[in-house]
Design a protein around this ligand. Structure first.
Ligand code: MRU
Length: 367
């Protein structure tokens, strides 16, 4: 998307690869919206750390970062034995996979890269195929988000008030985003609407990232405290909810997404407000049979006990909010059951959550 900086307006991808230096280039998301900076990871371990520390975050963006990270790791191998090379790639795969557990996109992305690499007969061929496959994943991620925009734009009419949770925008993908894709497409079609961005405690991706994106894009929006959504819904001030997902089960239609999504789905159901989930195909997990089996990331208690912000002097600082002697639980994600979801917007069209399995051939699922 286009980013306005001091030097003008430029188009950026959230994640890209510099083949000459073998570095992954990332937007440093922890500094946004206060500072726009690019960072480079020099090896696959640094890429894994950037995913773990949330320099790059969001299901599709960490999927692309992992795909590039795998290619980056493969390209540093200097030996001559194909068996050792494969063992090295396996280690790189495991390190990147461990970085964050809930989103399935990194694993799906790396499996795709690994499968394509297997066609190479030499180490050099496999290294080249790895990078080509990672580039393909990133490009396809953008194409999927654009297609989500085409399918989802019709849901947004002029005058509507749309609620979204966390950041499933272009920062969470390579470009365009998923929950935001219908918004950007509706805007391009000349429609005027308003977006409520859930603040999304504890890391505030809605208040910081989604609000920044929408401001960059000139879309009318306001940040609301997470607890305000129910009140606004009860007063008829929300017409539609669109969220993203980190893992959607193809067999059951259950949706894992940022903590607080389930609460919003319950509220939307109570108030008869359509609740949509937007996903690229790499977010579908065709294997798990139950939402209970989704690994839910438990994050550092410090996130819940305090908050990061920027001082008047521009310094990024953490402040403790909670009682100093109290601990905290901090699950990063929750799971919304299919009966609370109106439909799922995919690049192949809009489906009822329980119909994903029936349409698996169109959605890149198993035979
Ligand atoms: O913990 P994050 O910021 O990586 O959270 C993931 C997400 O971006 C959200 O859950 C989002 O709604 C899913 S779509 C990428």
């Amino acid at each position: 998307m286009n980013v306005r900086t001091k030097t003008g307006r430029r188009r950026y991808r959230t994640v890209k690869f510099d083949a000459a230096t073998n570095e992954v280039v990332l937007i440093e998301q922890r500094l946004l919206p206060h500072r726009f900076e690019l960072v480079r990871t020099r090896d696959f371990r640094a890429t894994a750390r950037a995913i773990m520390d949330m320099v790059v975050r969001g299901a599709g963006a960490i999927g692309a970062a992992a795909a590039y990270g795998l290619a980056q790791g493969a390209r540093t191998f200097r030996g001559t034995s194909l068996t050792s090379f494969d063992r090295h790639v396996e280690k790189v795969f495991e390190v990147l996979k461990e970085a964050r557990p809930t989103a399935v996109d990194p694993v799906n992305a790396m499996l795709e890269v690994r499968a394509k690499m297997a066609a190479g007969r030499t180490i050099g061929e496999r290294q080249n195929l790895a990078l080509a496959a990672a580039e393909h994943f990133a490009d396809e991620n953008v194409a999927h988000c654009e297609a989500i925009g085409r399918h989802g734009a019709k849901l947004i009419r002029t005058g509507m008030r749309v609620l979204t949770h966390c950041n499933a925008g272009w920062l969470a993908f390579v470009d365009v985003g998923t929950a935001t894709a219908p918004m950007y497409a509706a805007q391009a079609a000349g429609r005027k609407f308003h977006v409520f961005c859930d603040e999304t405690r504890p890391r505030c991706q809605g208040a910081s990232l989604t609000a920044w994106e929408l401001a960059q894009q000139g879309i009318s929006h306001e940040v609301i405290a997470d607890n305000a959504a129910g009140f606004l819904m009860s007063r008829g001030e929300v017409d539609l909810v669109i969220v993203g997902s980190d893992r959607t089960l193809g067999r059951t239609g259950e949706v894992a997404n940022k903590i607080g999504t389930y609460t919003k789905a319950v509220l939307a159901h109570r108030h008869d407000i359509p609740f949509y989930v937007a996903i690229p195909l790499s977010t579908i997990d065709w294997n798990l049979k139950s939402g209970r089996a989704i690994p839910i990331e438990e994050r550092d208690a410090a996130e819940t006990l305090g908050a990061w912000g920027v001082t008047r002097r521009g310094r990024r600082e953490y402040v403790r909010v909670a009682n100093p002697t109290s601990g905290a639980r901090n699950p990063g994600f929750d799971v919304t059951p299919p009966e609370l979801i109106t439909s799922i917007i995919t690049p192949a069209g809009i489906f009822k959550p329980r119909e994903l399995w029936r349409h698996r051939a169109r959605l890149g699922g198993p035979a």
